[in-house]
Write a protein that binds this ligand. Structure first.
Ligand SMILES: Nc1ncnc2c1ncn2[C@@H]1O[C@H](COP(=O)(O)OP(=O)(O)OP(=O)(O)O)[C@@H](O)[C@H]1O
Ligand SMILES: [Mg+2]
Length: 491
């Protein structure tokens, strides 16, 4: 049921009850009271007529009685019938009845009054009057009609006012709100809202408006989030599409980088080699210089003979041969491995030791090498030797840097299960705890002239190229590096 109907029905019911009360109770009672008042007035009037008639009847002045009663009738048209009967029952007035009178007598408003006319104890007759009260009640009925119409008008105006006010202040705003909420359910946030007044409906409108605002904000943040997620999904999808390509590009780039690093370290090692060759050659070059000076002196003092010349030339040749062998030794060491091959691990270790030997001697660093033969591994022998060389160079540098008086390096190789395990120990003071985790990072160095690729490259060679493992730890007074590589199946 609509709000309008809800208001209208009780108002109609109240109107109906008021109507029923008026027409069933108030109107009949008012009419009855009015009729009674008129009846009393007529009764009193008749009493005075009877009183005035007594002397006339006592004097038998019937014509005056007739005149008086005619005048009375003429003056009071409501008195539709007057009859005078004497004590014996003979009608004294009127002498004849008229048709008009008899018609009026049947009217429902007609009342009959009967008055005995007495003088002392003498009965003079009876006066019967019929009075039509209808005309005098007509005024009251007219007043009631007017009152009813006024009441009806007031009721109607009241109803219209109430309904119109309710419609304007409640019905219309509520309908607009309902429409806005239906639209809101379809995510339409722009439906116009009624003006928010200070009353309850106004409060409802403003709380609806703030709820709608919040919903709109929430909705737009949701939409934003969805859009962001879609973008992320799209980006992820694209990333996935290109991922394979990027991974292979990255792998190729890494290979290239490793290759360059190995190359760089090879160059560094070659520097070491030149240094070593120079050192190795210093002695034979000195000797060669001496032989050349000898030949020159012998010639000056004419002491040169075929034998002395042959001896000097042969000494010089031996020295040059030794120098040449030194070059071959180093050159073999730096020849790159093309394919994996079986190699003697001890031999590779010894080659690395040979390279640094001169430099170690030069700096009075002792080296103890304990490498048992017959340990064969599969891999790249020259890369392995290069890795060992890096560890040896680091050990030498640690000893020199820590200025340890009796520098010592201990190289030990042993078979452990299916692995050849090499340890390189030094007494160079060890590795600071905070740098241990970064030791194998590329370009990590604590040295002014260091490049920081030495250990990174060792790790690459051992772990990636040879499927082995590298470890670093501190021991008493120094550091220990451990290289484990798998032995060849048969050994
Ligand atoms: N035996 C060792 N004792 C103490 N510290 C060491 C030892 N070996 C390596 N380190 C530390 O590890 C760091 C990294 O060594 P790595 O060989 O990678 O680089 P580097 O020796 O500094 O430079 P380069 O690339 O020229 O070899 C060194 O700077 C040094 O601090
Ligand atoms: Mg190094």
């Amino acid at each position: 049921m609509s709000l309008r109907a809800k208001l209208l029905y009780p108002l109609l019911l109240i109107g109906l009850l008021i109507g029923i009360y008026l027409y069933a109770i108030w109107v009949p009672r008012t009419l009855a009271n009015d009729e009674a008042a008129h009846f009393r007035a007529v009764d009193q009037h008749l009493d005075s007529v009877v009183e005035a008639m007594i002397p006339l009847l006592l004097g038998s002045q019937l014509d005056i009685v007739h005149e008086n009663l005619n005048a009375l009738k003429a003056k009071n048209p409501a008195w539709v019938d007057i009859r005078l009967v004497n004590a014996e029952g003979k009608q004294l007035y009127p002498l004849a009845s008229s048709a008009k009178q008899s018609g009026q007598l049947t009217s429902p408003g007609v009342r009959t009054l009967e008055k005995k006319i007495r003088y002392l104890d003498t009965d003079l007759g009876t006066l019967v009057a019929r009075v039509d009260l209808a005309p005098s009640l007509a005024n009251t009925r007219q007043e009631i009609r007017e009152l009813s119409l006024t009441l009806l008008g007031v009721m109607a105006a009241l109803m219209v006012t109430i309904i119109a006010t309710t419609e304007i202040t409640v019905g219309r705003p509520l309908r607009q709100l309902a429409k806005a909420s239906v639209r809101l359910a379809r995510m339409d946030f722009d439906t116009p809202l009624p003006k928010a007044g200070p009353d309850e409906v106004g409060k409802l409108v403003s709380s609806f408006a703030s709820m709608r605002n919040e919903l709109q904000n929430y909705n737009s943040s949701l939409l934003h989030e969805i859009a962001e997620r879609k973008d992320a999904e799209e980006a992820l999808r694209q990333l996935n599409e290109t991922l394979e390509q990027r991974v292979s590009d990255e792998v190729a780039a890494n290979r290239e980088k490793d290759h360059m690093l190995i190359q760089q370290s090879r160059l560094a090692a070659m520097g070491e080699m030149v240094h070593n060759i120079a050192h190795q050659w210093r002695q034979p070059l000195n000797s060669l210089g001496l032989i050349i000076s000898n030949i020159q002196d012998d010639f000056k003092f004419k002491a040169i003979t075929e034998e002395t010349l042959a001896r000097d030339v042969s000494d010089a040749r031996r020295l040059i041969e030794k120098m040449s062998t030194t070059i071959d030794d180093f050159r073999d060491f730096f020849r790159p491995d093309r394919e994996k091959s079986s190699f003697d691990v001890a031999e590779a270790v010894r080659e690395a030791v040979f390279i640094v030997m001169a430099a170690l001697k030069n700096n009075s660093i002792e080296i103890a090498v304990d490498v048992p033969p017959d340990l064969t591994a599969t891999g790249f022998p020259s890369q392995y030797a290069q890795a060992v060389l890096n560890l040896l160079v680091n050990a030498k540098e640690a000893i020199l840097e820590s200025e340890t008086a009796n520098g010592q390096i201990r190289v030990a190789l042993r078979k452990e299960g299916k692995e050849a395990v090499l340890t390189v120990d030094d007494n160079g003071g060890g590795i600071a705890q905070d740098i241990l985790p970064r030791l194998f990072d590329p370009y990590f160095t604590t040295k002014d002239q260091g490049s920081g690729i030495g250990l990174y490259m060792v790790k690459m060679i051992i772990e990636r190229n040879m499927e082995g493992k590298i470890g670093a730890a501190n021991i008493e007074n120094g550091a220990r590096f451990t290289l484990s590589i798998p032995l060849e199946k048969a050994s």
